[in-house]
Ligand binder design. Structure first.
Ligand SMILES: [Zn+2]
Length: 314
């Protein structure tokens, strides 16, 4: 299904949100959430992560979740993978897109996946080669995910040139798209506009680039605005801003999907997403939480008087 949208909203809650809270959703519970959000018009969802289930029990049913999600009409299903083993499983499960993630910060990459950035780039090339050797996977997209692009909790500031080096390395090794993540919520709007401007200069305007912001310091939507200004048209977000940051107690997680959709629609940018449907999905998600906080402001304030979402405008 081809959608008439200006900006792609990619829900990452079933992965990023769930992996950073205590509650473990049942497979049926996750599917109820995913189905309700897809029914609200969300075009893309990252539904799981192919990691060691001993480390992340919340993600242990990712293969089953992907298998059920790809049956939902019109939904692009993505999954996160840290390495070849995850990629093998993610491709076999049928994910339309797998995001192979590495940190731009050398220290963060070592701490997280015990590899140097160069080793991660080599690993990325092996994953692309594996996909290419299997004709049955030829339509499955491999995205290069870059974490800690705006700063790192271990090493501090991350130079823009380091991000460009990794971006070029990923493109040379066959990445079909890129995802730029502010993993720990350090980014500010000026930094965001500068980085994406430089990124398009480096890899070209034709490469699809997604942005992944956390609202840790309240700058999430301001960063979206700056990224829009630089030309980004794809954003990760999480319903109810579920999740947090293990390094910042009480901090909120990803930018809030319903607040993001409101902002885009209010600015005249079509997302294809229905806000009422999104709030229904949020309720389905929230019902399953065991006391974990949720975030967002649209849920409390509702639409302004006379508000017409761009998606519904004739
Ligand atoms: Zn994240």
């Amino acid at each position: 299904m081809k959608r008439d949208i200006d900006v792609l909203v990619s829900e990452v809650g079933p992965r990023d949100g769930l992996q950073s809270i205590q509650t473990v959703f049942t497979t049926d519970g996750k599917m109820e959430w995913i189905r309700s959000e897809a029914a609200a018009g969300v075009p893309q969802m990252q539904v799981g992560s192919f990691v060691n289930p001993k480390l992340l029990p919340q993600m242990a049913d990712s293969a089953e979740i992907v298998a059920q999600s790809i049956l939902i009409d019109g939904l692009t299903v993505s999954a996160l993978v840290p390495n070849m083993k995850g990629a093998v499983n993610g491709l076999a499960a049928g994910a339309h897109q797998i995001g192979v993630v590495m940190s731009v910060s050398e220290e963060h990459n070592q701490a997280n996946i015990r590899r140097s950035v160069q080793e991660s780039l080599d690993g990325f090339a092996e994953i692309v080669a594996y996909r290419n050797e299997h004709p049955e996977y030829k339509d499955q997209i491999i995205s290069g995910g870059m974490a800690t692009c705006f700063g790192c909790t271990i090493s501090g500031p991350v130079p823009v040139k380091d991000v460009m080096k990794v971006a070029e390395g990923l493109m040379e090794r066959g990445a079909q798209r890129l995802n730029v993540a502010d993993t720990v919520g350090y980014a500010n709007p000026k930094q965001v506009r500068d980085l994406f401007t430089e990124l398009y200069r480096t890899v070209g305007k034709d490469v699809p680039v997604g942005a992944h912001f956390h609202d840790t310091r309240g700058l999430g939507l301001a960063n979206v605005f700056a990224a829009l200004d630089a030309g980004v048209r794809e954003f990760d977000s999480c319903l109810g801003g579920l999740g947090g940051c293990p390094y910042a107690p009480g901090a909120s997680g990803n930018i809030v999907t319903e607040d993001l959709v409101f902002m885009l629609e209010a600015q005249g940018m079509k997302t294809g997403v229905d806000l009422d449907g999104l709030l229904q999905a949020r309720e389905i998600m929230e019902r399953q939480l065991k006391g974990e906080p949720v975030h967002g402001t649209y849920i409390n304030a509702g639409p302004p008087k006379g508000f017409t979402p761009a998606t519904h405008a004739a």
